[in-house]
Design a protein around this ligand. Structure first.
Ligand code: SF4
Length: 457
């Protein structure tokens, strides 16, 4: 069944805003207008700019920077939004060091790369603060209806693009607030809930309908009947659980649940006045780092990341690792938690040291068992695909837990369904999901017999 009720675009964060602001100040404070113009004037406005090719949504970086330099900040924001409707959140969460800024020609001149992320943020926030709105690209309304399942970045990008082309679009998500990981899964010091919802509100103002509801097999049949195409932007499912007994313990909370909890005002047992002073995070991806740093900022005394391999194998970006070190997070490499047990109010983690076999695979070192005592365990060991829902979509092929699509259109093996984002790519950056959503929007528009944006003029 599709069980609808109204989507809320307000937050219900019970932590006082002043406390949130104090505990989670911006990682990279915003540029003021003067600093933005000075930085924009450093840009060489390269022809065939490598920063533009490095952006999955191909934002025209030299163009938007040039507009900042000339004082046309609204025009700059519109250049960004033309390519990436989530330009504000991407400015905050993109790993710019390995994307646009990582490819800036300034590296070759042994100079600091242009601060593209901060300039983008300046343009987008100035635009929003002045009440800027997205515009429909054509006035003519189209009768065809598209449903987007999931309200994360891929669906939002798909919905906004289709709506701007005149289609009727509904976004359906099981969670109370839209925005997906932008709202629930990114650490507060990178992206606040309110900032994520502000972008959603802009898409809602375009005329995209939002609905909260669970979609099951019956709901899929209803959507197929009532809509001309369906976009699957469902992301990934729950985080993998630890194999050991005790993972249901109240003191074990997966990283995404933990981040969503403190961001949306649920009570957390981590804090200076709470008992949970010692936190162990298991895993070494970017979500593990977000969770560990958040635990520190919430007041945990000791935060340790356990990883079964060595630093060079961790999937977190180097800049995230450096950031965690600065926050005071301790890394314990080549350590595998084998079991945990309650010890009074605390948890005793039984661990073993790891080494590598001749093929490079991690293997335990015999006799190297030891224990770590802590108050809270946060597993961050990857998410599973949403197989329960996806397996109910008739005719949509899956491979290794991912939806199979045509690379140029996002169309699945059931022509009425298109897909993008984490359920296709297995979990990448927000900007990759935006790129997927846009591509699918154009695929859907063409499949429904309409010419694409470039053709409609
Ligand atoms: Fe400007 Fe660097 Fe991009 Fe060249 S590569 S256009 S200098 S930001």
């Amino acid at each position: 069944m599709l069980t609808p009720h109204n989507s809320q675009l307000t937050t219900h964060n019970s932590l006082p805003e002043t406390e949130i602001a104090a505990r989670f100040p911006d990682l990279h404070p915003a540029l003021d207008a003067r600093a933005a113009v000075v930085e924009a004037n450093r840009c060489l406005n390269c022809f065939d700019a490598p920063c533009m090719s490095a952006c999955p949504t191909h934002i025209d970086v030299p163009r938007f920077i040039k507009k900042i330099a000339s004082g046309n900040v609204t025009g700059s924001a519109r250049t960004i939004l033309d390519a990436n409707v989530l330009g504000a959140s991407c400015a905050r969460v993109c790993p710019v060091d390995v994307l646009c800024e990582g490819s800036c020609v300034m590296h070759g001149k042994h100079e600091q790369p242009i601060e593209i992320g901060r300039l983008q943020r300046f343009a987008m926030e100035t635009f929003y603060d002045a009440g800027g709105k997205l515009a429909l690209r054509r006035r003519e309304e189209r009768k065809q209806r598209v449903a987007c399942i999931g309200a994360g970045p891929a669906s939002l990008a798909c919905a906004a693009e289709l709506r701007q082309l005149g289609f009727q679009v509904k976004v359906i998500d099981r969670r109370a607030l839209p925005g997906g990981l932008n709202t629930y899964g990114v650490a507060e010091y990178k992206l606040r809930v309110g900032d994520s919802l502000r972008e959603v509100r802009m898409i809602q103002d375009l005329g995209v309908e939002f609905e909260v509801g669970e979609v099951d097999a019956e709901g899929l049949t209803e959507l197929e009947r009532d809509f001309d195409a369906v976009f699957l932007g469902v992301g990934l499912g729950a985080m993998h659980r630890l194999a050991h007994d005790g993972s249901a313990s109240e003191s074990v909370v997966d990283a995404l649940e933990f981040i969503a909890g403190y961001k949306t005002g649920q009570r957390t047992s981590i804090g200076p006045h709470a008992k949970a002073r010692r936190v162990v995070v298991i895993g070494a991806g970017n979500t593990a780092i977000d969770a560990a740093c958040a635990a520190k900022r919430l007041g945990a005394g000791e935060v340790t990341i356990l990883y079964r391999r060595q630093r060079e194998h961790m999937s977190a970006f180097d800049f995230e690792y450096e950031h965690a070190l600065r926050e005071g997070v301790v890394f314990c490499w080549a350590t595998l938690p084998k079991a945990f047990a309650a010890k009074g109010d605390a948890i005793e983690l039984q661990c073993i040291a790891m080494t590598q076999d001749e093929t490079g695979q991690p293997v335990p070192v015999p006799g190297s068992e030891f224990t770590i005592e802590c108050d809270v365990v946060i597993p961050a060991i990857g998410q599973s695909p949403l197989l329960e829902l996806l397996s109910q979509v008739r005719g949509v092929a899956m491979e290794h837990g991912r939806v199979v699509i045509q690379r140029t259109t996002g169309q699945t093996t059931n022509p009425k369904y298109f897909a993008g984002g984490d359920c296709v790519n297995g979990g990448r950056e927000v900007v990759d999901a935006v790129s997927d959503g846009k591509r699918a929007a154009h695929g859907i528009a063409e499949w429904l017999g309409w010419r694409t944006e470039a053709q409609v003029g």
